[in-house]
Design a binder for this molecule. Structure first.
Ligand SMILES: *Cc1c(COP(=O)(O)O)cnc(C)c1O
Length: 365
């Protein structure tokens, strides 16, 4: 049984061949077209394509003028790239605990952590569910700081009628192979701010401005290739269908699992549309690892995203971040289990996964 499966077919194959035969394989017109279509889709004025999601986060933080000595409020319950990107600009993360129901930053705890040196909030739409941006945006406005969305897992999700990439000051996407929209490796930053857009176009190209070979600061080569963009354009066309297929698998799981004791199912708050990058349950009473093993013994793959909060990593530990900092995130790390999800999981697989979990709990089918 697969835990995930690429949604790539002959459309992408043809597009890649066309891109190669065009002779323009580095950043060219396909990247420009992908940026245009992507910003249109997200409802943002600008989109800047980059080489991966980590580069997108780094580029967004640079645009927000996050630098050495600054603090960035963020979640510890995420992939390491979120927190590392803050270090890449010489700033320090301030980890705020999560809401165990949405798995996202607990917006009620954010404001008490905002001090003078806080420059931005970097929130993550974990597993494909957007954060509460009404609340977060108003906190940012009140304190004059920048709201940045790590939308690596939430492409196509919406909140209060707006899509990921269209609500925060800046949003960073990843198109890594496992994400809901993939180009193999790739990323994008969206914004409505023209100044930010200009800075970011320069940042991905060694800081070059309007004039060739004139540079003013350290920047990087974070460009996307036309080969990647050609895949991205195909993937964008399928995104709505693919996300709908993920949502339908999620509904199936929820329907079957709601009678299981000791399992907390993912939620979709009023006004939100979840794109289920992961379908992640919380297994209570210390039974997570036991359930994972039972599933594995019965031929059902599962994964733990994430086994520990990011500040358990050695380099964060060495900076002074200690165990106990975000107790809810730490507890959640021991409870989460992600089940197979991708567009169009075969019915017999879905059935087997559900039966196996119900068997573990002794729930009759
Ligand atoms: C995948 C991911 C990233 C990093 O993206 P890459 O393209 O792998 O660099 C950052 N944040 C989150 C939440 C992710 O899931």
């Amino acid at each position: 049984m697969n835990i995930l499966k690429l949604a790539i077919d002959e459309n992408e194959e043809r597009a890649v061949v066309d891109a190669i035969r065009s002779g323009q394989i580095a950043q060219g017109k396909r990247v420009a077209e992908f940026e245009e279509k992507f910003s249109e889709y997200c409802g943002s004025k600008y989109a800047i394509a980059v080489s991966n999601g980590t580069a997108a986060l780094h580029t967004a933080l640079f645009a927000a003028d996050v630098k050495s000595g600054d603090l960035v409020v963020t979640t510890p319950f995420t992939f390491i790239a979120t927190a590392n990107s803050i270090l890449m600009q010489g700033a320090r993360p301030v980890f705020v605990d999560i809401d165990p129901v949405t798995f996202n930053l607990d917006v009620n705890k954010v404001e008490q952590h905002i001090v003078d040196s806080a420059k931005a909030i970097l929130t993550v739409d974990l597993y494909g569910l957007m954060t509460n941006y009404n609340e977060l945006n108003s906190i940012c406005k009140r304190h004059g700081i920048v709201c940045i969305e790590d939308a690596a897992q939430s492409v196509g999700a919406s909140y209060s009628g707006k899509r990921a990439g269209g609500v925060a000051d800046l949003a960073a996407f990843s198109f890594y192979a496992t994400k809901n929209l993939t180009t193999g490796e790739g990323g994008m930053v969206t914004t409505n701010n023209e100044e930010y857009a200009k800075k970011m176009r320069s940042f991905r190209h060694h800081g070059q401005g309007n004039e060739a070979y004139l540079y003013s600061h350290l920047a990087y080569n974070y460009r996307m290739t036309d080969i990647e963009a050609s895949i991205g354009l195909c993937q964008l066309k399928k995104l709505e269908n693919n996300n709908a297929a993920r949502r339908s698998t999620a509904s199936y799981y929820i329907e079957y699992l709601k009678s299981c004791p000791d399992i907390v199912l993912p939620t979709e708050p009023q006004g939100s549309s979840h794109v289920y990058h992961q379908f992640t349950i919380r297994v209570l009473n210390g039974k997570r690892d036991e359930l994972a093993k039972f599933l594995s013994d019965n031929g059902v793959p599962s994964r733990v995203y994430y086994p520990s909060p990011v500040y358990f990593a050695k380099h964060f530990h060495d900076m002074g971040y200690k165990k106990g900092l975000c107790p809810i995130a730490e507890k959640t790390c021991a409870e989460v289990l992600s089940l197979p999800i991708y567009p169009n999981v075969p019915e017999e697989d879905m059935e087997k996964i559900m039966m196996t979990i119900r068997k573990f709990y002794g729930v009759r089918s």
